[in-house]
Ligand binder design. Structure first.
Ligand SMILES: O=P(O)(O)OC[C@H]1O[C@H](O)[C@H](O)[C@@H](O)[C@@H]1O
Length: 527
């Protein structure tokens, strides 16, 4: 396989020549009824991807297709599916797609079929979840479990938390919610203390999740919670399960009620569809809920194999993102779900994208001369409208926007005020924002004028259900993967998080050897 930097491709110079000189790419004249109807791609899970309000047209799209072909993005995706080492920094395969079904060759590692291994673990924790939900597995005082509390951080927290919140109301409406989930992530002791105080410990099952089994925050929180359980007269070994990799120090420990495994080929931020997300979702919302989520993700993974960018929403989204980042020069992007259930989804995408593609060297470690991953942030609409949208509408930076919306609410519990129900108001706000950002509004008073030309995409669906959520999750995973391939990055390691960990250890050992570190330690009352 040929791995080229973006600026070594033939398409790069051609795309540069498409950038309007000295003025923004004006999308206002583009956006009409015909364009909204035609710039729409069906996605898996009943979703669709609208790129009508993007600053891109046929000539750029043809060049982006050429870029995709030249960088062989689909070929690289196929290699990944077939179990090639796609994380060269750590010499690892990248197998999160295999968690939701086989699309490539069987992946055999040290004599073990990894597809079978993941399927076996899925079945094991699904059965476990059934037994807990049916009251066949009880706490140490013989009471059934009502709460599931995940202890984990980063990929062992953000994705699972975002998915749980996304489906909690849906599962209530579907009669599938049995346990309430909570999450402890921060080493800030107030996090664990607050969560512990909000549950009935006798009826709580803790899920200790750490792929490496060495994460400082998670291990501290484990001991914090075990101390609380003991103090309450409970046996921690009957109140805690572990999710980790088989090679971690947490593996095969009889002190846990049970243990479920992943391996080194499931990256933390890509682990939501493994036991890392699956145990808590299956416990709280039922195994069928998690199974449907996996189906939506698998369907998306399949659609991402299509070479034609006009038939592959994740690929198109990725390439438009590259056009915006490298050619139009936009440094950030906002994820704006018009769905309160997706309140933590932007935080998950922040890790997914920024930890994957926040890199300044290529996969061979050579410095790059072009921009890579954007800064990602976001909040649900309409809340964001009353907060940071001011900058998005009238600030000096153009921030491409990724809207997400649904036709129906999850609970269907609504109120009519001034002739419309709240769900309709939510959607009206969404439509209004897309057009306001794209077209703006001229006004002789500069303070009141809106420049427009602020591009956005929209992913929409009928209702946020497990299939749609799985499709949404996998869409962004695949988008980030394709962008990493375009930029010639290793999207699957995260060396940038290491230095801080090393210095923290030095501070805690009292041997920092650095006067600035000592000074800050004094300021914070450590020394
Ligand atoms: O699951 P763990 O091994 O505890 O890792 C938790 C997290 O911490 C690391 O520092 C990485 O930055 C994340 O990618 C990872 O998800």
């Amino acid at each position: 396989m040929d791995y080229k930097n973006l600026d070594e491709t033939g398409a790069y110079a051609k795309l540069l020549s498409r950038v309007p000189a000295g003025k923004p790419y004006d999308i206002a004249p583009l956006l009409d009824e015909r364009r909204v109807a035609s710039c729409l791609l069906p996605m898996a899970g009943g979703l669709s991807y609208s790129w009508a309000a993007k600053a891109v047209n046929t000539p750029e799209l043809e060049l982006l297709q050429a870029l995709s072909d030249e960088q062989d993005l689909i070929g690289k995706y196929r290699l990944l599916l077939d179990g090639e080492i796609m994380n060269p920094g750590e010499g690892r395969k990248v197998l999160h797609h295999l968690l939701r079904g086989q699309l490539g060759k069987p992946v055999i590692y040290e004599g073990k079929d990894l597809g079978e291994f993941y399927a076996r673990e899925l079945e094991r924790f699904s059965v476990f979840a059934d037994l807990v939900r049916n009251g066949k597995i009880l706490g140490s005082t013989g009471k059934s479990f009502e709460y599931a509390v995940q202890i984990g951080i980063g990929g062992s927290d953000l994705g699972p938390r975002a998915l749980y919140l996304a489906l909690e109301n849906w599962a209530v409406a579907a009669g599938r919610k049995k346990l309430s989930a909570r999450f402890i992530s921060n080493v800030d002791p107030d996090d664990g203390a607050q969560v512990a105080a909000s549950v009935d410990l006798e009826r709580t099952l803790f899920i200790l999740v750490s792929k490496s089994g060495t994460t400082q925050e998670t291990l501290a929180n484990e001991l914090f919670i075990k101390g609380k359980l003991k103090k309450a007269g409970l046996d921690p070994s009957k109140h805690m399960v572990a999710v980790t990799s088989e090679t971690s120090p947490l593996a095969h420990n009889p002190d846990y009620l049970d243990s479920f495994y992943i391996d080194d080929f499931i990256g933390g931020r890509y682990s939501s569809t493994s036991a890392v997300g699956g145990v808590i979702l299956s416990l709280a919302l039922g195994r069928e809920t998690f199974a449907e989520l996996l189906e939506g993700a698998h369907e998306t993974d399949k659609s991402a194999l299509e070479n034609d960018i006009m038939k592959n929403p994740a690929l198109l989204d990725a390439l438009i993102g590259v056009w915006e980042r490298n050619f139009l020069g936009f440094p950030s992007t906002a994820v704006l779900p018009y769905s309160q259930a997706l309140s933590r989804f932007p935080a998950h995408l922040q890790q997914l994208d920024m930890e994957s593609n926040g890199k300044r060297v290529n996969r061979r470690g050579e410095a790059l001369d072009y921009a890579t991953g954007p800064v990602v942030f976001g909040e649900p609409g309409t809340n964001g409208q009353h907060s940071f949208y001011q900058l998005l509408h009238q600030g000096t930076d153009i921030v491409p926007l990724q809207f997400i919306g649904f036709l129906e609410s999850q609970l269907g519990d609504d109120v009519e005020v001034d002739g419309s129900v709240s769900q309709t108001k939510l959607k009206a706000n969404l439509a209004a924002q897309i057009v306001a950002f794209a077209k703006g509004k001229a006004d002789p008073n500069g303070n009141k004028s809106f420049p427009g030309g602020r591009p956005s995409s929209l992913i929409c669906g009928k209702k946020l259900d497990p299939r749609a959520l799985g499709a949404l999750l996998a869409h962004f995973e695949n988008k980030v993967m394709f962008q990493g391939f375009v930029w010639n990055l290793n999207s699957f390691d995260q060396e940038g998080v290491q230095l801080g960990k090393v210095l923290t250890k030095q501070v805690l050992s009292g041997q920092s050897g650095d006067s600035a570190l000592d000074a800050y330690s004094k300021l914070l009352g450590i020394l």
